[in-house]
Design a protein around this ligand. Structure first.
Ligand code: G6P
Ligand code: ZN
Length: 574
């Protein structure tokens, strides 16, 4: 038999019909899995990407990475991408073993192997499986999510697409065995290469260059005794990374209890989003009081939730602030230095206070990790985060759940072995930003859009500026200082992004934000964010929901949320 790698594989040019709804949202294109499976929907989107890439890489055939979070269709999608890459002049494709690669790992591999970009097959924290969601995200050569100029250009191409190109004979590549393959493709002057890689290797190497593993090992199982922790991977892609880092590299099997570390195509029915609602199993485990620290990741491993003993919740906003204040304990920052910090607009102002004290610049960007990329590339920031459970640094260009966990363990190893005490000390120094987010998910009909439209009008007319509101709870009054529709001009490339959420800022510094989610795939999701600063120490240990009740009730009143959405309570509170 002839070696399949020696025969010339021919290219099939297959007619297709364009779709009008392939516009990527906050983070890639997310749709029900079944949508991707029908009428070459997936293939069309990938072809549009390759067409766009061909324009930007011109005569230099690109090298790319492909990997995904293991949800239903990831492996088949990987095989389709291999066939299409061969037919679209891709020089080399690094393919994750078994299709599995966390989003931070894709970013790490793009940077380490100097590729022109990558394709991430994930719908992140959206549930997976045939009846749930699938997604595709494109990353660029800095390792970060493609900026809007790229995604808009791909979107334009999806609407005009007439053909897809593929090499159908490259269907049966062994995705389980590491190694290189070279193929000759008819009509191509260069051969097509595939390298199946284990992304855990690259990623672990990076983590070992950032953190003091010996110190973390000593925290978990060292001279001060055991420090029991619980890690829950929610059946997403992080299982192999967790086992490798905690059990093999840190040799802390005794101290580190793991759950849901086997990747499942439907995430075991979990909604793989690490927050108090969807990662409730971790919350309950922590409430038993046996673990000092707990963490969960989302489906593709870029989000994280941090808990202390007895389920003590660290909001992502505080997590960012605490890490920013303690970066000096992490070897990477000792050698690279610390530039500024950044947060997304709805994220609380906790990190702003750290920036002020440490005399660092603080950037406020729209929701979406892609907005941090330029700031990092230009060394304006070193660390950033979002209220949506994302934390990361300039070691890669994606948020990074494992990085956040190892950062926290570094702080615990160096500062204090109690999460709660670390937070209390932080609030004593900086004061506390009480923060909450209410989500009203999957609302059908025009209500949410009409609500936002009305708020936009109110922002334009300044009609409530200087107005003082009483609230339904307590005696607190709020006077509006500013109301606007957030827009952002990127300080590096001058690109302008508008309509990123309605902000109401009060004279005492409290803030309310309203926006529609850009990651949902069914109906519209309204998000309401409330952020209120206190510097009276007697409030620091109060319950955030209690403290924010007056502000939230005012938000509901100003936005007439119930009238517009028909909802009298949120589906998720974080
Ligand atoms: C993704 C992005 C984040 C963003 C989040 C929330 O996870 O990577 O940067 O904060 O979605 O998006 P949404 O539009 O649903 O609020
Ligand atoms: Zn994610």
């Amino acid at each position: 038999m002839s070696n399949p790698e020696q025969v010339k594989h021919s290219i099939e040019v297959r007619p297709t019909k364009p779709f009008t709804d392939q516009k990527p949202g906050t983070s890639g294109l997310r749709k029900p899995t079944k949508t991707f499976l029908e009428n070459q929907y997936f293939e069309n989107f990938i072809q549009a990407y390759f067409d766009d890439l061909a324009e930007t890489t011109k005569d230099k055939p690109p090298t790319l990475v492909v990997g995904g979070d293991g949800r239903h269709f990831v492996r088949e999608a990987t095989r389709i991408i291999i066939q299409m890459a061969a037919a679209n002049n891709v020089k080399k494709l690094f393919v994750a073993r078994d299709g599995l690669m966390s989003t931070p790992s894709v970013s790490c591999v793009i940077r380490k192997r100097n590729t022109d970009g990558g394709i991430v097959l994930t719908a992140s924290h959206n549930p997976g499986g045939i009846d749930n969601d699938f997604g595709v995200k494109f990353n660029i050569s800095n390792g970060g999510p493609a900026p809007e100029a790229v995604t808009n250009s791909v979107y334009d191409k999806t609407r005009q697409l007439t053909h897809i190109r593929l090499c159908p004979t490259l269907i049966n590549i062994d995705l389980l065995t590491l190694g290189k393959h070279t193929f000759e493709i008819e009509g191509r002057s260069t051969s097509f290469e595939i390298e199946v890689i284990d992304s855990v290797d690259d990623y672990v190497q990076l983590m070992k260059s950032i953190f003091d593993f010996e110190k973390i090992r000593n925290l978990l199982n060292g001279d001060k005794g055991k420090f029991p922790i619980m890690i829950n991977a929610l059946s997403g892609v992080m299982g192999p990374y967790v086992i490798r880092i905690f059990h093999e590299e840190l040799k802390a099997k005794d101290a580190v209890t793991v759950k849901n570390c086997q990747n499942l195509e439907d995430f075991g029915g979990h909604h793989p989003d690490p927050n108090l609602t969807y990662a409730h199993e971790l919350v309950e485990d922590m409430q038993q009081g046996d673990y000092e620290f707990g963490a969960a990741f989302d489906g593709d491993g870029d989000r994280n939730m941090i808990l202390g003993k007895n389920g003590f919740f660290v909001t992502p906003c505080d997590s960012l602030a605490v890490l920013a204040a303690n970066l000096n304990v992490i070897p990477y920052f000792q050698t690279h230095g610390v530039h500024g910090y950044a947060r997304s607009m709805p994220t609380s102002g906790a990190v702003d206070r750290v920036a002020e004290k440490n005399k660092k610049s603080l950037y406020e960007v729209p929701t979406g990790w892609k907005f941090f990329g330029n700031l990092m590339d230009s060394k304006l920031i070193s660390i950033c985060g979002e209220e949506s459970f994302g934390t990361g640094s300039d070691h890669i260009r994606e948020k990074d759940g494992m990085w956040a966990v190892l950062s926290w363990l570094s702080v615990l190893a160096n500062i204090d072995r109690s999460v709660e005490k670390i937070l209390n000390a932080h609030w004593t120094t900086f004061g506390r930003n009480f923060f909450t987010r209410y989500d009203y998910e999957e609302i059908d009909g025009p209500g949410p859009f009409a609500m936002l439209k009305r708020l936009e009008g109110m922002a334009m007319s300044n009609e409530i500026v200087n107005k003082t509101f009483n609230t339904a709870y307590g005696t607190k009054q709020y006077t509006v200082k500013l109301m606007d529709d957030f827009n952002y001009t990127d300080p590096v490339d001058g690109s302008y992004t508008e309509k990123q959420g309605i902000r109401i800022i009060f004279t005492d510094g409290s803030r309310l934000v309203f926006r529609l989610s850009g990651t949902g795939s069914r109906g519209a999701t309204v998000r309401l964010y409330a952020d209120s600063y206190e510097n009276d120490p007697s409030t620091y240990n109060k319950d955030a929901q209690e403290m924010l009740k007056p502000l939230v009730s005012l938000a509901l009143e100003i936005a007439q949320l119930k009238e517009f959405t028909g909802r009298d309570k949120p589906t998720v509170i974080t």
